[in-house]
Write a protein that binds this ligand. Structure first.
Ligand code: IPE
Ligand code: IPE
Ligand code: MG
Length: 264
């Protein structure tokens, strides 16, 4: 469902290049209305287009959305089936919109356990949008941050055990041992979305104040912003609020800002 809302504008100031969102509260949204939980997921998916358009309008380059965690397999079967069907439909339905809005789709997470039809439609939308040059929309599906780090370490170990790859890497880096090849940069590159800049702003809806195994490596220096609004009630106006909160923060990355007091 696409609404014809007028996009708000954000005040002058820094815009987060990359926003990561935990879209939480779908189940409670449905329960409050006496509806089955999956109806909350349907409603939650229906507002995605407005949120993506708002992010484009505000000048955000990348949006990473938590759709389904590794831990969400603990949900009842009926809810899991509804979620998998919804993901598949979303991949098909959004193709014309992504092409019109120049959105490039990425998916981060493990492929195992996902139904083949969902994977097929997902791969097709990724392929179709691969050369779009506008906003990058990364959907975290069957995603867990600890699992992501495990997968990155496995890839690195695999490369080090392959003599050809290891020797080429040693030569490029100009070092003499495999240990020296491993640094923050290499680990970051072997994460699922290894070419992405770290998120500048993290938003979680639904009132919980936790990370739930989301982007643990990448969120090291993100600004965190929480709202009680349940995901299906999220709007471009609330995204704007999050960006305004971001603009008021003083990011230091361990250093000092010009206006920090001098305690000499
Ligand atoms: C977030 O909504 C979406 C998924 C986890 C798939 P929830 O389903 O967690 O909603 P609440 O937190 O139970 O309200
Ligand atoms: C995090 O929400 C995962 C998604 C939004 C997809 P959860 O609802 O699964 O998180 P917990 O269980 O409350 O930590
Ligand atoms: Mg939840």
């Amino acid at each position: 469902m696409k609404s014809n809302i007028v996009m708000p504008d954000v005040p002058e100031g820094p815009i987060p290049r990359h926003i990561a969102i935990v879209m939480d509260g779908n189940g409670r949204w449905a329960q409050k209305r006496g509806l089955p939980r999956y109806r909350g997921h349907i409603q939650g998916a229906s507002i995605l287009e407005d949120v993506v358009n708002a992010a484009i309008h505000f000048g955000v380059e990348r949006l990473t959305l938590y759709c389904f965690s590794n831990e969400n397999w603990k949900r009842p079967e009926e809810e899991l089936n509804a979620l998998m069907a919804l993901l598949k439909e979303y991949m098909i339905e959004q193709r014309p919109t992504f092409m019109k809005s120049n959105v490039r789709l990425r998916v981060i997470g493990r492929r195992d356990r996902l139904p083949v039809e969902t994977l097929r439609e997902m791969d097709e939308t990724i392929r179709l949008t691969a050369s779009n040059s506008g906003l990058t929309l990364a959907l975290a599906i069957n995603y867990g941050a600890r699992q992501e780090i495990v997968d990155a370490v496995r890839r690195i170990v695999g490369e080090m055990l392959d003599p050809e790859k290891r020797d080429a890497a040693l030569k490029t880096a100009g070092v003499d041992s495999a240990e020296k090849l491993v640094d923050e940069n290499l680990i970051a590159k072997r994460l699922y979305d290894g070419d992405a800049p770290d998120p500048d702003l993290f938003i979680r809806t639904g009132g919980e104040q936790r990370l739930s195994n989301y982007l643990l490596w990448q969120l090291s220096y993100a600004e965190l912003w929480f709202t009680d609004v349940l995901w299906p009630d999220f709007t471009p106006e609330i995204l704007k609020e999050g960006i305004i909160a971001f603009q008021r923060r003083h990011r230091r990355f361990g250093g000092l800002n010009k206006n920090d007091s001098d305690l000499r």
